[in-house]
Design a protein around this ligand. Structure first.
Ligand code: IMP
Ligand code: MG
Length: 188
């Protein structure tokens, strides 16, 4: 392969740690115990992870929670699509959940809430299906970037307006498997 790829772009290959793996682990145990308490009488909850970014967070969170829980995934179009460049905020459903969520206690699990468009779209879509309750949990939130109001019931960390990678999050599919959350300087 020739040409400039993210692998050769300055800044992208030198992630700087923002949140350590230990801090992430501690915060996830706190979130899980809050969720255990809040849903103690719910019977069972359905955790819906938003692909791809939330796959690491969801797997750790789902195992730290102790109340009965099911796992589902949903996939939406992500940044970098030609469509979302043309229409900022446009979100497209790529893959739906496998089971009906009517009358279920649904907790959407996201890696990061940036403008809020993705989560606002998904919450609207899922709400129309009549869940018993519908809440949102995100590992990271960038409040300074919010363009639409979205209710976040559980937030791991609020972070500044920088591009973060690791622990499931990527830049152009890179760095998803880092154990910690790091900042990079993506080329503009
Ligand atoms: P929103 O619709 O603007 O809130 O964007 C949410 C999605 O954008 C997230 O689910 C991520 O996939 C992606 N995203 C936003 N900020 C970052 C970041 O700093 N690193 C990696 N992905 C990000
Ligand atoms: Mg995401």
């Amino acid at each position: 392969m020739t040409g400039v790829t993210p692998a050769t772009l300055p800044g992208v290959e030198s992630p700087r740690e923002l949140i350590s793996a230990d801090e992430i682990g501690r915060r996830i145990r706190e979130l899980a115990s809050e969720i255990d308490d809040d849903y103690a009488d719910a019977g069972e909850i359905v955790l819906i992870g938003i692909l791809k970014g939330s796959f690491v967070f969801l797997s750790d969170l789902a195992r730290a929670i102790t109340i009965p829980r099911r796992i589902e995934f949903i996939a939406v179009s992500s940044y970098g699509d030609r469509e979302s460049d043309l229409h900022p905020g446009a979100v497209r459903l790529l893959m739906d959940v496998r089971h009906d969520i009517a009358d279920r206690h649904v907790l959407v699990v996201e890696d990061i809430v940036d403008t809020g468009h993705t989560l606002a779209y998904l919450l609207r879509l899922l709400k129309a299906r009549g869940p018993a309750t519908l809440r949102a949990c995100t590992l990271l939130s960038k409040p300074d970037r919010r363009a639409v109001d979205v209710d976040l019931d559980y937030v791991g960390f609020e972070i500044p307006d920088e591009w973060v990678v690791g622990y499931g999050l990527d830049f152009a599919e890179r760095h998803r498997t880092l154990p910690n959350i790091c900042v990079i300087d993506p080329p503009t």
